[in-house]
Design a protein around this ligand. Structure first.
Ligand SMILES: [Zn+2]
Length: 360
């Protein structure tokens, strides 16, 4: 075989070998274990091969160097063959170089230190605070009965928090010792009942069913009281609404919240904005009415206040008390949360202790 043919055959074999290495699946994947066969190693092999054939002292240049030893009439044909071989070799090396560069880019993108089989970082997931869960549950229950969600400002004026709710100027709850005053006429609302006034003022002469959750503020700070707490309140106004409707609604809710065994009782009470008024108790969730520490051996737990809307309140907001009647009730969400989950100490709810919160 002539040297030129021998080089052409060898070049073809070497190129095929390297081309198949580059094309092999995973050949250039940068995992540390097979770094030896990675893109860098292929690139090195490529350069060596290219120098061997196309370098100044390479095989193809060597073919040209022997031209002087040939007969003059054979030289043009020989030169043409060598140039053809060099063109073929250059084209093949260029194509292979492009493939290796692509592989190197893919290799650097995938990252040579990435191990897709390692476990990922676990992002800790939070959950809703138990009081938020209870508030959402209460809202959703009453929305299911057709109540509409209603809100009002937490900083409100005297009219909405006291005056329109039939709370007279000399009432003890207006005292500086009980209420946070922003100025003479503006307070941090002491209850969610200001929602009733706002809503009735803006929805005159039409049936009302609203549920109003929210934060309220009182000058109170001891083991069982916090200066800020959450209440939820309902108001129903329509023609012929009676105390029996109030009892029926509350009974449904109590059984939903505390179980179908739950019974209720009403004790006469006084609130300026309802008449008659009552405190509502549910049978103790823990001892089923037998008497325990939580219910102070009475079998009953007080959960909130309620009553029929006082006709004076209707008058204050421009409604006709002869035409409409209604009822309202409200309770503390913290208290309901403690009862529902059997939480013995109210301070657990605000201590932000993950060992406690993780249980919900
Ligand atoms: Zn009990």
């Amino acid at each position: 075989m002539q040297p030129i043919d021998e080089i052409r055959v060898r070049l073809d074999g070497d190129m095929q070998k390297l081309e198949s290495l580059v094309a092999a699946p995973g050949a250039v994947a940068g995992a540390p274990a097979n770094e030896g066969e990675g893109a860098k190693a292929l690139s090195r092999q490529f350069e060596e091969l290219k120098v061997r054939y196309l370098g100044k002292k390479g095989d193809i240049s060597g073919l040209l160097r022997v031209m002087g030893t040939l007969a003059p009439e054979a030289r043009p044909e020989y030169g043409k063959l060598v140039n053809e071989l060099r063109d073929i070799a250059e084209a093949r090396f260029a194509a292979l170089q492009a493939k290796i560069q692509e592989a190197e880019i893919a290799d650097s993108v995938s990252g040579s230190t990435l191990d897709a089989t390692l476990p990922g970082y676990r992002v800790p997931l939070g959950s809703l605070h138990p009081m938020t869960q209870v508030r959402e549950e209460i809202i959703s229950f009453f929305q299911g009965l057709g109540f509409e969600l209603a809100l009002a400002p937490e900083v409100d004026n005297d009219w909405y928090n006291f005056e329109a709710l039939n709370i007279p100027p000399d009432h003890p709850s207006r005292d500086m010792h009980d209420t946070f005053y922003v100025d003479d006429k503006v307070v941090l609302r002491t209850h969610t009942s200001n929602v009733q006034v706002h809503y009735m003022e803006t929805h005159q002469d039409q049936p009302i069913r609203i549920i109003a959750p929210g934060f309220v503020y009182r000058v109170d700070n001891d083991a069982t009281h916090s200066p800020m707490f959450q209440q939820v309140e309902c108001l129903v106004v329509d023609k012929d609404i009676s105390f029996a409707n109030l009892k029926g609604t509350l009974f449904l809710w109590a059984r939903h919240m505390f179980g179908t065994e739950t019974t209720m009782r009403f004790r006469p009470s006084y609130f300026p904005f309802t008449e008659p008024s009552a405190e509502m108790d549910v049978s103790c969730y823990f001892c089923k009415g037998q008497g325990c520490r939580t219910c102070k051996q009475t079998g009953w737990i007080e959960i909130g206040g309620c009553g029929s809307v006082d006709p004076n309140v209707f008058g204050k907001v421009g409604w006709d008390p002869e035409k409409y009647t209604g009822f309202a009730f409200g309770f503390g969400i913290d208290r309901i949360t403690m009862l529902k989950y059997g939480i013995p100490d109210i301070s657990h709810l605000t201590r932000n202790d993950n060992r406690f919160l993780r249980q919900f």
